[in-house]
Structures are given as C-alpha cells and as structure tokens.
Write a protein that binds this ligand. Structure first.
Ligand SMILES: Cc1cc2nc3c(=O)[nH]c(=O)nc-3n(C[C@H](O)[C@H](O)[C@H](O)COP(=O)(O)OP(=O)(O)OC[C@H]3O[C@@H](n4cnc5c(N)ncnc54)[C@H](O)[C@@H]3O)c2cc1C
Ligand SMILES: NC(=O)c1ccc[n+]([C@@H]2O[C@H](COP(=O)([O-])OP(=O)(O)OC[C@H]3O[C@@H](n4cnc5c(N)ncnc54)[C@H](OP(=O)(O)O)[C@@H]3O)[C@@H](O)[C@H]2O)c1
Length: 409
C-alpha cells in the first residue's frame, strides 16, 4: 500500500495510475501488483489492449489486423525502426525468395508494378507504407527484458529497460531470426583475418581478390557466395551436411514436410558447376598460421570468413513461461497450431514458412482478441445503459419524494 502511495505521489507516475484505475481490470489488480518492489523502480504503464513485442513484419501484420478489429494495441521494438532485420541486418542483393503473393501482409497487396520477387528495398518501402496506413507507431529503443504472467491479477507484466507495461494480452513477434548463431570452431577466435556474421555482411565489394570462406549453405550462404564471386572475390562454401536444392513441389510444401529450407538460388548452382564457387566439407579447426583444416584432412588458406550459420529465437531469454514455448524459442505446436497459448499469450511468425505463415498467425490472433474485445465492449455498453436508466429513474424518484415531503410539511 505504501508503495502505491509513493507511486501516486510521483507526478509522472500519477498519470499511469489513472490509466490503470480507469481500465476494465479493476483497481484491486493494481493494489496486488503494487506489492512488488520492481513496480516502482520502473515507470509503469497500463496498456488497454495487447502488447506486441517486435515491429517486424509479424508484429506489423498483427497490429494492422487488430486495427481493423477496432482493438487498441501497443508495439514495443528494441531497434529504432520498423523491420530492423530487413533494414539493418541483411545484405544489399537480398530479394524475397517466394513469389510476391506469398509475401504480402494482410489487407494491403503489393503495388502492381512490383516484380514477382520484390527487392529488399521494395519490401522495406512496402512495410513503411503498411505501418503508415494502419497508423502503427511502435515504442522504439525498448528491448523487452522479461515478461511474466501474474496469476493473482490475471495480467502480463512486460519489462523493458525503462518501463513496465501491464496488459491482458501479450503477442510475441520477436521472430525466428532474433539473434545470430556463431558456432564454436577451434582456433576461430585467434584467426587474424576479417570474420563477419551474415547479418553484418552488406556486399562483396570490400572482398575483391580475397579468398573468403563462407560457412553454411542455407539461403544466406548461397547468396553471399554468389555475391562474393560477382565482386571478383574467391569464395569457398562450407557444406557440412546437404543442400536442399530445387524442390519439384512448391517451396512452402518442402518446408512443411521436411523442416528444411529449400534453396532456390540457380545463379549459385551455376557458379558451383563452373568452379567459381568452391564447395568444401566441414571445418576441423583454424590453424595458427591462418590455414583452415577441413574434416577430410585438406588444408586451405583463407583471408576472411563469413559465418552464414543462421539465426535463433531469443524468446527463452526473456519470456518466463514453459507451457506454450519450448526451450528452442518456438511454440511447441507446429504451424498452423502455434499461434495461441494460455492466459492471453500469442505467438506470430514462428511457423518456419516465412511471411506467409506470419500473415496467417496475425489474422488468427486479431480475430481471437477482437472477439473478446467486441463482446466485452458490448457488455460494457449494456451495463452503462442500465446504469443511466437507473440514474434517470432515481433522479425523478428523489425529486418527487422531496416534493412530496415538502408538501406534507
Ligand atoms: C536474410 C534473411 C532473408 C529472409 N528472406 C525471407 C523471404 O524472402 N521470405 C520470407 O518469407 N521470409 C524471409 N526471411 C525470414 C524472416 O524471418 C521473415 O521474412 C520476417 O522478417 C519475419 O518477420 P518477424 O516479424 O517474425 O521477425 P523479424 O523481422 O525478425 O522482426 C522481429 C522484430 O522483433 C524485435 N525484437 C527482437 N527481440 C526483441 C525484444 N526482446 N524486445 C523488443 N523487440 C525485439 C527485432 O528487433 C525485430 O525488429 C528471411 C530472413 C533472413 C534472415
Ligand atoms: N530471401 C532470401 O533469398 C533469403 C536469403 C537468406 C536467408 N533467407 C532466410 O533466412 C533464414 C535464415 O537462413 P540462413 O541461410 O541465414 O540460415 P540457415 O538456413 O539456418 O542455414 C545455416 C547454415 O549454416 C550451417 N552451419 C551452421 N553451423 C555450422 C558449422 N559450425 N559448420 C558448418 N556449417 C554450419 C548449417 O548447416 P546444417 O544444415 O548442417 O546445420 C546451414 O547450412 C531462412 O528462413 C532463409 O530462408 C532468405
């Protein structure tokens, strides 16, 4: 209780207190939460509607669908822009890897003049237009450090560096590619040449004439190897298992059935055939003299290394929950069943089928929350109507009783 008074006595926190108190979730929830020490160490904000964590395509799609349902929301983003993966952590030659009809987000088709495979720049422009159209204004530079469901109050507590958000619904939209995977390879930390992860690689122009080892043969590894070759570098690509090339079925089907990402990069395959891109087996270790020893015993000289070794979800590092998400940071249930958890928890974009899956999840989530929202709004209106009628009748009653009393006296 004492904490609550301290909270209320601070001018900038007073406003938050009123927001909380006027929310559909009662004042008593606030008293319960106020017992916790942390509550007063951060600015505390009640969010009337869901908090969406992440302003990538998944978060934007969910926000847009909620807007259509008339549900208010708040988007929290650790970077200083929308679609930070696309804007900050991808290379220049990147294009969408599926035809555009599989990549557009709900309620806004790509412009007609976009090519079948839009470029990264076109996709970013589209996302900017999308955010503007649906009036999505994320809170930038706010990295979520923890999110926990408070059983007693029935509310989610979402903490960023500065703020604690309190809400009924939590939408996880932090993506499958939130953090880079950097493998532990013996001797790599002592390697004297340049080492970059694919997320920091922009183009091959700085690698002209250099022998570059590209570790990994997913879409990033293939694309970067091609780009290096096009810029007159000498790439060798490490393939430690297999490349999943050119499906006879559709790419979405391949992802669904085999869980492997298909590789559609014909240009790279031609360069491999011509010998411009060398393919080498797994790495045993980096020797002190800058040589790389491969698992087949061969030794090669390299000037630089690009780690195209993939990405991972960061959900386990901040979400304190063990039912819906598994330890690898993906919902336990695969697509199309992994969008809804318990207690108002949702996940969007963890489908392993890219943007198409994100759009599917977003529509489902917004419909689900929208139904509850509409139902409760209707009930509130009805309650409000009943109170108004009672007040009206009460006023007449009081007035007439008073008049009667006056007449009698
Ligand atoms: C190089 C590359 C190319 C790709 N190309 C395609 C493609 O062509 N087609 C396709 O369908 N898919 C592609 N993908 C897959 C990609 O994951 C999706 O296209 C899309 O970006 C997923 O959107 P998302 O919003 O789920 O995740 P992201 O785009 O990763 O957005 C997640 C957002 O959450 C933010 N965030 C993360 N953690 C926190 C936190 N703790 N607090 C606050 N904010 C946080 C991030 O900063 C980010 O802005 C590609 C991925 C990569 C890496
Ligand atoms: N639009 C596009 O054209 C485009 C371009 C790039 C990426 N993407 C998308 O972005 C996502 C990530 O793709 P990605 O290619 O960055 O990652 P990825 O698909 O996870 O591929 C990572 C690669 O690194 C290899 N690897 C990991 N550790 C290794 C090690 N220690 N030694 C050797 N190889 C190692 C993996 O091999 P194993 O298979 O043996 O583990 C795999 O080949 C995918 O969804 C992809 O479709 C799309």
């Amino acid at each position: 209780m004492e904490n609550l008074f301290r909270l209320a006595s601070s001018p900038n926190k007073m406003e938050n207190l009123f927001r909380l108190a006027s929310s559909p979730n009662k004042m008593e929830n606030l008293f319960r939460l106020a017992d916790h020490e942390d509550f007063i160490s951060r600015r505390c904000i009640w969010v009337n509607g869901p908090v969406i964590i992440g302003a990538g395509p998944s978060g934007l799609a969910t926000a847009a669908c909620l807007r259509e349902q008339g549900v208010p929301f708040l988007v929290v983003e650790r970077a200083d822009c929308i679609a930070s993966l696309w804007q900050r952590r991808t290379y220049d030659r990147l294009k969408l890897n599926l035809p555009k009809q599989f990549c557009q987000l709900p309620n806004l088709p790509f412009p007609d003049d976009f090519p079948e495979y839009p470029s990264k720049k076109q996709f970013i422009n589209y996302l900017e237009t999308y955010a503007n159209k649906f009036e999505i204004k994320p809170q930038f530079n706010q990295c979520v450090q923890s999110a926990k469901y408070d059983e007693t109050s029935g509310l989610w507590r979402v903490k960023t560096n500065e703020v604690e958000y309190i809400c009924r619904w939590l939408v996880v939209a932090t993506g499958e590619n939130a953090e880079c995977v950097i493998p532990e390879i013996e001797g790599l930390s002592e390697f004297k040449g340049k080492v970059v992860h694919a997320c920091d690689y922009k183009s091959g122009e700085n690698f002209k004439g250099k022998k570059v080892l590209v570790v990994g043969c997913g879409n990033s590894g293939l694309d970067i190897s091609l780009d290096l070759s096009n810029h007159h570098a000498l790439p060798s690509m490490v393939v430690r298992s297999s490349v999943h090339v050119l499906p006879s079925m559709g790419p979405l089907q391949l992802k669904n059935t085999e869980g492997k990402i298909p590789v559609l990069n014909i240009g790279t395959l031609e360069k491999i055939r011509s010998g411009d891109i060398k393919v080498v087996p797994g790495i045993k270790k980096f020797n002190k003299n800058g040589e790389v020893q491969l698992v087949n015993g061969e030794k090669i000289d390299v000037d630089a290394v690009v780690l195209a070794t993939g990405y991972r979800s960061n959900v386990p590092s901040w979400l304190q929950e063990g039912e819906f998400f598994s330890k690898n940071g993906y919902p336990k249930m695969p697509f199309p069943h992994g969008w809804k958890g318990n207690s108002g928890l949702y996940a969007v974009g963890f489908t392993k089928i890219g943007l198409f899956g994100a759009s599917y999840d977003a529509v489902k989530i917004a419909q689900d929350i929208g139904n509850v929202w509409k139902h409760e709004t209707k009930q509130k209106k009805q309650r409000y109507g009943a109170v108004k009628i009672a007040q009206d009748i009460g006023n007449v009653w009081k007035h007439e009783t008073k008049q009667k009393k006056q007449r009698l006296s």
